[in-house]
Ligand binder design. Structure first.
Ligand code: FE2
Length: 233
């Protein structure tokens, strides 16, 4: 892919040239684009490892089929943008923005989501401790209050979307946000914990009882990952 693209996209040839010694930030971003297509990340647990809370069949379809579709769509959108750029067709490039947001968001959200989960027999479930526990108590009153608010946010999503525990990058406080469809959490907020409220995340097992899914998933939340994101944000 890169040789064809490099022949047709002068900006990317420039990116390759500066990929050696100096590596300014902008060049790194471009280089990353040239060298790497988005790929489906491996899970650190088996598809069936989250049972009985999330079935292996759901996990397999969700990861292999749904997430793969976002990966494929993201790469397609990026290729279309690069080709349009090479022709100076910025109208075409701009027209891809909704696809880039949808598939790029889908890839980012699911990549975070898999890391947010762990088997109940390993790191999943329970409650956070340390600095994250303290922050949750300060900003929500208690862990139980936080969990209830998160579930209320999830239940309030109309159609497809996500609820996120986020850290406000300006104030440093924790909060809850929801996003429609696959809109990613960016800008002011750092995503710490996301819960997928799309039907594909639960319907095979819970059918229309999505409140049961929102209760069950707390048994497989990986608080180590959430705490790690909190400390780095
Ligand atoms: Fe999903």
């Amino acid at each position: 892919m890169s040789s064809t693209l490099l022949r047709t996209v002068p900006a990317l040839r420039g990116a390759i040239r500066v990929s050696g010694a100096t590596k300014p930030a902008a060049a790194l971003a471009s280089t990353s684009f040239v060298r790497g297509k988005a790929t489906l990340p491996d899970l650190s647990y088996d598809y069936g490892a989250l049972e009985p809370h999330i079935s292996g069949k759901i996990m397999e379809l969700h990861h292999k089929k749904h997430h793969q579709t976002y990966v494929t769509g993201l790469n397609g959108a990026l290729t279309t943008i690069a080709e349009a750029e090479s022709k100076g067709d910025f109208t075409k490039a701009a027209s891809v923005a909704p696809l880039l947001n949808f598939h790029g968001g889908g890839h980012l959200n699911h990549s975070l989501f898999w890391e947010n989960l762990a088997p109940a027999s390993r790191d999943g479930g329970g409650e956070p401790d340390g600095a994250l526990k303290k922050a949750i108590n300060e900003d929500f009153g208690s862990f139980d209050a936080f969990r209830k608010q998160m579930n209320t946010s999830l239940a309030g999503i109309q159609g497809s979307g996500w609820a996120w525990l986020v850290k406000d990058n300006q104030s440093g406080t924790l909060g809850l946000v929801t996003r429609a469809n696959q809109d990613p959490v960016t800008g002011q907020y750092s995503p710490l914990l996301g819960i997928d409220a799309w039907e594909h995340a639960y319907y095979l097992q819970y059918e229309n009882r999505k409140a049961e899914y929102f209760e069950a998933i707390w048994n497989v939340i990986n608080w180590k990952t959430v705490a790690s994101r909190f400390e780095k944000a």
